[in-house]
Design a binder for this molecule. Sequence first.
Ligand SMILES: CC(C)(COP(=O)(O)OP(=O)(O)OC[C@H]1O[C@@H](n2cnc3c(N)ncnc32)[C@H](O)[C@@H]1OP(=O)(O)O)[C@@H](O)C(=O)NCCC(=O)NCCS
Length: 171
Amino acid sequence: MDKSEALEAGTQSTNVVKPCDGALDNPACFAQSAAVRLAALGAVSAWIGSFSRSGPHRLFVATEEERLLGFAGSQQYRSHPAFRKTIETSIYVDPEALGHGVGSALYENLFKEISGEGLHRAVVGIALPNEASVRLHRKVGFTDVGTFAEYAIKNGCYVSSVWMQRDLTPI
Ligand SMILES: CC(C)(COP(=O)(O)OP(=O)(O)OC[C@H]1O[C@@H](n2cnc3c(N)ncnc32)[C@H](O)[C@@H]1OP(=O)(O)O)[C@@H](O)C(=O)NCCC(=O)NCCS
């Protein structure tokens, strides 16, 4: 499925969540979309290359008509086999689509789609402050683990991140 076909499929209903096949085929198109504001195409290509069409490492987008509203993905947490049942999630919603349930729908879909993969834990690191993200993650079942204080540098300043985790074992 190319990007235009993927977008066409998204016109069937509002806030459709579907596999990001278009992005997997054409990272350049995805990079130019409103949903991804990463500067370098190389970085986007590498990022998209970390997802697959099946298995535990997936990328889904939400669309409304021909507009990309956001994405949610699950990636390898660490390459060592000891972490094979853990995934790290990421999520982004376009500023114009915030507060309408897109993030919740993306996560609900993601966790449904990877539920048969034998995973045990999902983890996420949230650069602070980000109240909306912390609340979203709590809403979809993540619990607080703790905060890494000043462990990264963003725009020349140290930033802290709260880490959260979610149980992925079948109920
Ligand atoms: C975090 C983010 C994905 C939420 O997406 P969203 O589509 O607005 O979220 P939803 O509308 O599904 O809201 C889900 C919950 O998040 C919380 N939330 C959303 N926006 C919020 C805000 N502005 N302030 C506080 N809580 C907020 C609420 O608990 C909400 O549940 P409720 O509606 O039942 O109260 C979005 O704000 C975003 O993309 N931010 C920028 C990128 C980012 O921070 N990504 C996460 C990095 S770890």
